[in-house]
Design a protein around this ligand. Structure first.
Ligand code: GTP
Ligand code: MG
Length: 138
């Protein structure tokens, strides 16, 4: 079954939106097969967002994602990678479709509540960064 890496970002945790997001994932019918709250180390954040290294927003992005606890998850279900991206909505919340998480809860691109892997390769890579195989309980 397909798996994706999902993370409630520090703004979502600070604003008490973790439960709302878990609720949406579970109501959809997806299964949370791993979950933990953690503060991401700077080096790990730089690895996770490695594709954006050199972009003007990289430094701010790493500062933000390490600014407080996140809630990291592995979410499993049919088409989980693309479906979770659809439930999240577009990166820029003002472009996100109504009813999506980013449209409903975010206003800025810098603090957009949730992360989800953008394809099968990033899903495998990101799950490997944040979870040990034995932490995933199917
Ligand atoms: P993530 O789930 O966080 O990876 O978001 P995404 O896949 O929808 O977007 P992407 O991977 O392209 O960018 C990662 C993060 O960098 C985004 O969530 C934004 O917070 C930030 N970001 C992306 N593009 C811009 C930009 O043009 N300006 C600023 N300030 N931030 C950006
Ligand atoms: Mg991304």
């Amino acid at each position: 079954m397909e798996r994706t890496y999902i993370m409630v970002k520090p703004d979502g945790v600070r604003r008490g939106l973790t439960g709302e997001i878990i609720n949406r994932i579970e109501r959809k019918g997806f299964k949370i097969v791993a979950m933990k709250k953690m503060v991401i180390a700077r080096e790990t954040a730089e690895t996770h967002y490695g594709e954006h290294k050199g972009k003007p927003f990289f430094e701010g992005l790493v500062n933000f994602i390490t600014s407080g606890p996140v809630v990291a998850m592995v979410v499993e279900g049919p088409g989980a990678i693309a479906e979770m991206r659809r439930l999240m909505g577009a990166t820029r919340p003002w472009e996100a479709a109504p009813g999506t998480i980013r449209a409903d809860f975010a206003t800025t691109v810098d603090e957009n509540i949730i992360h989800g892997s953008d394809g099968p390769e990033s899903a495998a890579r990101e799950i490997g960064i944040f979870f040990k195989p034995e932490e995933i309980i199917g």
